[in-house]
Design a protein. Structure first.
Length: 476
């Protein structure tokens, strides 16, 4: 691909980037575009992570695209299945021929004179476009978050972060400790339980873990009755509504939902004590909820191959970990499933007419643009539902914007704050990785269209129905 100027530049060939390109091909086929991908393959998260059992923690009828059916019987798919799905979509909509690999963006610069974005890569190449789609995800690809463990240098076993999983790591008959209580730990523990001698999930504090069947019986029935594409839309709508109902029930009746979740877990755990290991001191959905398809985590614990310790680490020893109580966990391998480092917009430097932009000074508009920055769209998914639901809505909104601008013979859309807004944190979860990133994230306001609702129905109205030319959008 020799051309360096396009109507649209898409940064990142992961789930959002491939989806955005497919939407462009479907809805705005007259637009030229290029995808710049920092790595050597498409797939983003699903190509990067190699730890055992990596899977989606959202059901694939909502985690998949609105325009491409999910035909696998499993609701919660593993990474290879998701990569296969992404490759099929990229092939079907001829996206692959638009991807330039090994091109990591280092800066975005907008010129108000030309109404053009210039993207510079770490290779020193430049690309220009009228519109910029940032689909680079929200975390650092090169390094996950690892706490500063006291005495780690004394440990002589194998220490691993899931984000840098060694291909040759053999866990057969090993004593393994997985530090963490989030989705990664909940995935790894049952996946390795059969092979290891024993695996301990060591958590500082517990997380709500829900058991859901990995095969959706209702979806199977719907697929036998309705045509393929219609069935996909019906199942997708069903799951969106059920997820929203569950989330809102957790917020409205926290004690009732807490008891429901805990009792269901206890039933599968059998004699293993649920206190304090699966009874968090916060209400459901104040932090991200974890899923155990078919209750696999609870079954691994019940079998005796896995167990849970809920305690603070004192320090590492030569052959394992000593807890604050003095108890020692002998470990051949320690897996630090301690989360991600948030890196908004892939860590690029942004300039507006040669002046550097500080993201923390800006407000998010409609969940997909930034105040005072023209023609740049952010793809950021939900924290309480499937990522793709929001990225699909973002693409639908962009399609409407592009058509409106062309129809009115305009070149730019730029959100402007014209009223007093009360800045509030962008993300509404009380999670460690979010707290660590508060000072580098933009804010949301206290009223529409500057609120980030984390609600599919409200976003559907705002992005697919509300007019493009509202009082906060400057169109020129």
């Amino acid at each position: 691909m020799n051309k360096t100027h396009f109507d649209v530049l898409i940064i990142g060939a992961g789930l959002s980037g491939i989806g955005a390109a497919c939407h462009l091909s479907r809805k705005n086929p007259e637009k030229t575009y290029c995808i710049l991908e920092a790595r050597k393959a498409l797939g983003g998260t699903w190509d990067l992570f190699k730890y055992p059992g990596i899977r989606s923690d959202s059901d694939m009828y909502t985690f998949g695209y609105s325009f491409k059916t999910w035909d696998n019987p499993k609701s919660f798919a593993d990474a290879p299945s998701i990569l296969k799905y992404l490759n099929e979509a990229a092939t079907e909509y001829k996206v692959k021929e638009h991807i330039v690999y090994n091109e990591k963006a280092s800066s975005y610069s907008f010129s108000s004179v030309d109404n053009i974005w210039t993207v510079t890569t770490i290779n020193g190449n430049t690309y220009t476009a009228q519109f910029l789609f940032n689909c680079s995800g929200y975390y650092r690809y090169d390094k996950g978050f690892t706490p500063k463990y006291k005495g780690l240098s004394d440990y002589t076993g194998v220490f691993v972060h899931p984000q840098q999983w060694p291909e040759d790591l053999d866990l057969t008959n090993k004593k393994v400790t997985v530090i963490g209580s989030g989705a990664t730990a909940v995935t790894i523990v049952p996946e390795i339980a059969e092979a290891v001698d024993h695996v301990i999930m060591l958590q500082r504090s517990p997380t709500y873990v829900g058991a859901l069947p990995n095969k959706d019986i209702v979806a199977k029935i719907i697929k036998t009755i309705l045509p393929k594409k219609l069935a996909h839309q019906v199942i997708r709508t069903k799951n969106v509504l059920l997820d929203m109902a569950f989330f809102n029930a957790c917020r409205r009746w926290p004690n009732t939902m807490r008891n429901y979740i805990v009792k269901k877990a206890q039933k599968i755990l059998g004699d293993f004590p649920i206190e304090p290991h699966f009874t968090p001191n916060y209400n459901p959905w104040e932090q991200r909820f974890c899923l155990a398809p078919d209750g696999d985590l609870f079954k691994a614990i019940r079998s005796g191959k896995a167990s849970v310790e809920t305690e603070i680490i004192s320090h590492f020893t030569e052959n394992g970990i000593e807890l604050s109580s003095g108890k020692r966990l002998i470990s051949d391998v320690v897996i630090s499933a301690t989360g991600l480092n948030i890196l908004p917009l892939g860590g690029v430097d942004i300039y507006l007419d040669n002046k550097k932009v500080n993201l923390a000074d800006h407000f998010v508009y409609k969940g997909c643009m930034l105040s005072e920055l023209p023609n740049i769209f952010l793809f950021v998914g939900y924290t309480n539902a499937s990522w793709t639901l929001k990225s699909d809505l973002t693409s639908e909104y962009i399609s409407r914007v592009l058509k409106y601008l062309d129809k009115e013979h305009l070149q730019t859309i730029c959100p402007r704050v014209k009223e007093q807004l009360l800045p509030t944190p962008l993300l509404n979860l009380n999670s460690g990785y979010i707290h660590r990133a508060q000072n580098i994230l933009p804010s949301q306001g206290d009223k529409a269209p500057w609120r980030v609702y984390q609600n599919y129905v409200l976003d559907y109205k705002m992005l697919r129905i509300d007019k493009i030319n509202d009082s906060s959008a400057e169109l020129t």
